[in-house]
Design a protein around this ligand. Structure first.
Ligand SMILES: Cc1cc2nc3c(=O)[nH]c(=O)nc-3n(C[C@H](O)[C@H](O)[C@H](O)COP(=O)(O)OP(=O)(O)OC[C@H]3O[C@@H](n4cnc5c(N)ncnc54)[C@H](O)[C@@H]3O)c2cc1C
Length: 417
């Protein structure tokens, strides 16, 4: 595996004859693996990497119906934060932020993690009360989050309109300084490259059509468009399509799949220094390193598996962005797209074992799982390797929807990115 460094870049620039080697081989499926992971998003690829690196399990295949990173991993607006309300969530998301910190060095791949701060705007008295509750709860959990006055919010983000006559007046904001963004594709590519270098097979363009179970009920493998692959452990990490795949194993999951949209503007010079979210009006915005304004919308009101969304939501989002940041009124939008997000009733993920022996699930991240990528992957690998959850993901069971021990993050997830 080529080691990326300033020196290797220079060497390749000067010696034109030697091309860069491909970053991971296009593997063909073998008849059997120790572990099969369904879904080559950041979560699935990362789990394969941690299985190999931390647990010495390298006879692993990650299988995707399309190209790796082509699901929500490559479609999201890359917001990373951990200021969720409940203790369980704070531990889960903060574990991920801890891993984001050293990820580029660990993978030798520039994932461009930028701690530029995420600011959540309060437009109503209800928002103020809710965000201040989050700030207090986060501090008790050791998660950084601070309350800002409107003036302080504008100092942090100069394009913000804080005039009292604004359509959506800003009454204050919660700021997590350690939060920010990362380059989504690079996360998938970095994990894929590092996992493949440790012997993991990454199999693209190979839909998994069913999970196979033996007479004792345990998992025996998967059926795919390229034949049956045997495995005693199968993990499903297929985001919006998880419920369809799990249905073939006879498991019904409490998930609904919705389209979620985002869009980008034409590129402009650096003008927007942080990430701003407005849960009340369902809009959020940051600026990419290319200069495009990256804008996210809310989920469509109806369930669907089409990777595109309705125009009314985009119109609503842009109207809100123009009200909050009048500076952007004359910007042109370049393109928009959608992904399929898997939403649980309590807006928290399901990450752990299932009632089927040998079958594991990582889903329900809904509109907010990019931020969790390294953490979810790390915990999923632990759960598969030990056949038992890590203490951090132990509360995020499927069983909680039977026992009623829900982790209700609906307020944190009103927009949730
Ligand atoms: C528009 C948008 C904006 C978002 N913004 C944010 C944000 O700012 N911050 C944040 O934290 N989160 C955000 N999210 C959510 C985030 O993108 C996801 O929660 C996260 O990327 C999920 O990662 P994953 O690896 O589990 O899923 P994915 O990247 O979707 O990977 C799942 C893979 O499974 C594959 N698959 C599906 N069915 C099969 C099958 N039958 N056989 C084989 N493979 C299959 C798919 O092709 C896909 O590649 C956003 C999502 C969208 C759509």
């Amino acid at each position: 595996m080529t080691h990326f460094s300033a020196l290797s870049l220079l060497r390749h620039a000067v010696r034109r004859t030697k091309p860069w080697t491909s970053q991971w081989p296009d593997a063909q499926p073998k008849a059997e693996y120790d572990v099969v992971i369904v879904g080559a998003g950041g979560h699935g690829l990362g789990a394969a990497y941690y299985l190999a690196r931390e647990h010495g399990i390298t006879n692993v295949a990650v299988i995707d119906k399309g190209w790796l990173g082509g699901g929500n991993t490559g479609r999201n607006t890359t917001i990373i934060r951990s200021n969720y309300l409940y203790d369980e969530s704070a531990r889960l998301y903060d574990h991920a932020v801890d891993l984001w910190d050293g990820l580029a060095q660990e993978l030798n791949y520039n994932v461009m993690f930028s701690k530029r701060g995420v600011m959540m705007l309060a437009h109503t008295v209800h928002d103020v009360q809710s965000f201040q509750r989050h700030v207090h709860s986060n501090r008790l959990n050791g998660v950084d989050n601070a309350w800002l006055t409107p003036q302080q919010a504008q100092e942090f983000c100069p394009p913000l309109d804080i005039s009292r006559s604004a359509r959506y007046p800003v009454l204050g904001a919660a700021l997590q300084r350690r939060a920010g963004t990362a380059r989504h594709d690079a996360v998938a590519w970095g994990y894929a490259r590092a996992a493949a270098a440790r012997g993991v097979d990454i199999i693209q363009n190979c839909p998994v059509t069913a999970i196979r179970r033996g007479a004792d009920g345990a998992v025996t493998g998967v059926e795919t468009a390229r034949g049956v692959i045997r495995a005693r452990k199968v993990a499903v990490s297929a985001a919006g399509h998880t419920s369809v795949v799990m249905d073939s194993a006879g498991l019904r999951l409490p998930l609904e799949s919705f389209p979620l949209q985002a869009l980008v503007s034409e590129p402009v010079k650096p003008v927007f220094p942080c990430v701003v979210m407005s849960n009340a009006v369902h809009a959020y915005i940051s600026q990419s390193d290319k200069g495009e304004l990256v804008i996210g919308s809310g989920t469509d009101q109806y369930t669907s598996y089409s990777q595109r969304g309705g125009l009314p939501l985009i119109e609503h989002t842009l109207a809100s962005i123009c009200e909050i940041f009048p500076l952007f009124t004359r910007m042109r939008m370049l393109r928009k797209w959608g992904g399929i997000v898997d939403v649980t009733p309590d807006r928290s993920p399901i990450l752990g074992k299932t009632p089927v022996p040998g079958l594991y699930v990582n889903c329900g991240w809904g509109t907010g799982g990019f931020k969790a990528t390294p953490g979810a992957a790390h915990l999923l690998a632990h759960t598969i390797a030990r056949d038992a959850p890590h203490p951090i993901n132990a509360p995020f069971t499927l069983d909680r929807f039977r026992t009623g021990r829900l982790i209700d993050e609906a307020a944190a997830a009103a927009v949730a990115h």
